[in-house]
Design a protein around this ligand. Structure first.
Ligand code: ADP
Ligand code: DP6
Ligand code: CO
Length: 349
């Protein structure tokens, strides 16, 4: 019987195992945000962050070794990647090859189901999947902690998508190798907290300024950045306690203030970075109205105009209806906690 390989894989299974690997990872949404790097080359954050990995929008990535090839090839969503997008993948493969002591070029084929570069965490699912598939393809034996460190080098938010449900990413201590070693993600065990996250997509198009460029400008020019980073430490410990209590109201309040504070740092950058659009604000108003009507609903926004609303699962349909009505043309999808990154095809090393 023919085997139905994903992404158009054809040849015999042994060959697939021998020369490539396929992995899946889901985006995550931070309840305590990462914003700003203290080391750009090693991708070391200034602040710890804490997130929920989603059960929707998987990215599936195949890395196939091409020993006879001249250079890496990168397909993103069915078309050949170019410019910055291609460079980021190649730099990441270079790192994997250096760690593995290998030199062969690779053919990467990656497909997002989340809109790419829209503030819905495509870099998180993208680089988590690439870390898992790339490590397996090049024969690197890495435990989940080491995989999260590797994923961080592609995009710091990706470190958290290695793990399912709730995960914390440490900013780490020291510089150079010490910083690299101490900046990784790990699961946050949370027994009794399984909320819904209603995602209001007001604009699924690519953002004008990447997260990377926006946070660089914020760190470099925003007078509000330091005080947000400081207050984020207190937000994190409050958040950890609220999660352990399973206290949705507290989790939501802390997540909302942390995100609005992050956007304030960007608005104060020179020139300002403003991701929030009139449609974003309309959705935020509808979330306030939901609270006045007695629903526990709290908003968070990333580097983009789309709004994610945390609420009880029992209220998700009502919340989805309300935010849908708030902004013309807005599409709504509801997520909950989802799985960590994993290998679909290829040998575990
Ligand atoms: P987002 O909010 O979607 O995470 P970012 O600005 O952080 O936006 O990152 C978007 C960039 O991440 C893309 O332009 C591309 O360089 C990279 N990216 C997204 N998806 C993938 C993927 N599946 N594989 C490799 N790189 C990806
Ligand atoms: C607002 O991880 O996308 O979504 O490390 O430069 O790739 P790079 O940035 P990225 O930044 C995410 C910022 C955020 C908050 C978060 O996910 O913690
Ligand atoms: Co990103």
């Amino acid at each position: 019987m023919p085997i139905d390989y994903p992404l158009g894989w054809a040849g015999p299974r042994e060959k697939v195992l021998d020369r490539g690997a396929t992995a899946v990872a889901h985006p995550n949404i931070a309840l305590i945000k990462y914003w700003g790097k203290r080391d750009e080359r090693l991708v070391i954050p200034y602040v710890d962050s804490l997130s929920m990995t989603l059960n929707i929008f998987p990215t599936v990535t195949t890395v196939r070794l091409v020993p006879e090839g001249q250079a890496d090839t990168v397909m993103l969503d069915g078309t050949s990647a170019s410019g910055e997008q291609r460079q980021r993948v190649i730099a990441f493969l270079d790192l994997v090859r250096e760690m593995a002591g290998r030199t062969e070029p690779a053919a990467v084929d990656t497909r997002n189901s989340v809109p790419t570069a829209a503030g819905l965490a495509s870099s998180a699912s993208g680089f988590a999947a690439l870390a898992v598939a790339g490590a397996a393809a090049y024969g690197l034996a890495l435990d989940p902690t080491a995989l999260s460190r590797l994923a961080r080098r592609g995009s710091a938010s990706a470190a958290r998508s290695i793990f399912g449900a709730f995960a914390i990413c440490y900013a780490g201590r020291g510089v150079g190798a010490a910083a690299d070693l101490s900046s990784y993600a790990e699961p946050v065990p949370v027994a009794k907290f399984d909320p819904a996250l209603v995602i209001a997509m007001v604009n699924a198009g690519p953002k004008p300024v990447s997260s990377r460029a926006a946070m660089r400008r914020t760190v470099g020019t925003s007078p509000l950045y330091r005080s947000w980073a400081l207050s984020s430490k207190a937000d994190l410990s409050d958040m950890q306690a609220a999660l352990q209590r399973g206290d949705l109201e507290a989790v939501g309040e802390i997540a909302e203030r942390n995100a609005l504070g992050m956007h304030a740092t960007m608005l104060a950058a020179r020139p300002a970075v403003r991701y929030l659009s009139p449609a974003t604000v309309a959705v935020l108003d509808s979330v306030l109205q939901l609270r006045r009507d007695g629903f526990a609903a709290y908003a968070t926004m990333d580097a983009g105009p789309n709004v994610k609303v945390l609420c009880h699962q029992a209220d998700a349909a009502r919340v989805a209806d309300t935010v849908h009505g708030a902004a013309a043309g807005c599409s709504v999808v509801t997520a909950r906690r989802g799985p960590g990154a994993r290998l679909l095809i290829g040998a575990e090393q």
